[in-house]
Ligand binder design. Structure first.
Ligand code: PRP
Ligand code: URA
Length: 208
């Protein structure tokens, strides 16, 4: 699991417990998903390259550091939207692209319905955001869509994954680092993560 980072952080775990509970309402669920996204931004950006910049403080001239590459956040619709604001608060200059995918409920195969990206995405670090890494089909298809457009520097950012999804992503895209808040036990026969948190899109948007 060399390209996988599981945060396993006390504060993140505390918030995860809250969103896992079926008794948490839509508003609290949405707020906590966003907050976890923000906390994860710190870990995701740990290996971002920086470049030197000459500046002048009120005291003297000095050389300091800024991010070398631009950052683009790409949520997979719908559920990925829930993590965007939290990450964007931490990286406010980031641009935002969108990928529309849904899982066919029978076959669990991802279906593409939308894609829109900033023009300079090829030169940027792309954070592909989707809370649930279940079979890994959606994330894998989304990464293929990004790579087809010549994008090379891609990191996958999710909340809850499972061994099946991690394995699939590592096989299909070994060059993509995977960041998760937690790795759960398994998938059930309907393709839901166990124990998981249920259908993330429905819980974020109150559609069920
Ligand atoms: C959920 C989730 C992921 C996908 C993960 O989306 O947000 O995109 O399932 O499953 P996978 O790893 O097996 O592909 P869903 O298809 O329910 O669409 P939604 O976000 O519109 O609710
Ligand atoms: N999508 C979800 O929203 N939840 C799961 O457990 C699996 C896929």
């Amino acid at each position: 699991m060399s390209n996988v980072v599981i945060l396993n952080h006390p504060l993140v775990n505390h918030k995860l417990t809250f969103i896992r509970s079926k008794d948490t309402n839509t508003k609290d669920f949405r707020e906590n998903v966003g907050e976890i996204g923000g906390l994860m931004a710190y870990e995701i950006s740990r290996d971002f390259k920086t470049k030197k910049l000459e500046i002048e403080t009120p005291i003297c001239k000095t050389t300091s550091e800024v991010l070398e590459k631009k950052v683009v956040i790409v949520p997979i619709l719908r559920a990925g939207l829930g993590m965007v604001e939290g990450i964007h608060n931490m990286i406010p200059n980031a641009k935002i692209g969108h990928i529309g995918l849904y899982r066919d409920e029978e076959t669990l195969e991802p279906k593409e319905y939308y894609a829109k990206f900033p023009e300079d995405i090829k030169e940027s670090v792309v954070l592909l955001v989707d809370p649930m890494l279940a079979t890994g089909g959606s994330a894998s298809a989304a990464i293929t869509m990004l790579k087809k457009r010549g994008i090379k520097d891609i990191k996958y950012v999710g909340l809850v994954g499972c061994p099946e999804g991690i394995k699939r992503l590592q096989k299909d895209h070994p060059d993509v680092n995977i960041y998760l808040a937690a790795c759960d036990e398994k998938l059930n026969e309907k393709g839901y993560i166990v124990p998981g948190l249920g259908d993330c899109g429905d819980r974020l948007f109150g559609t069920k």
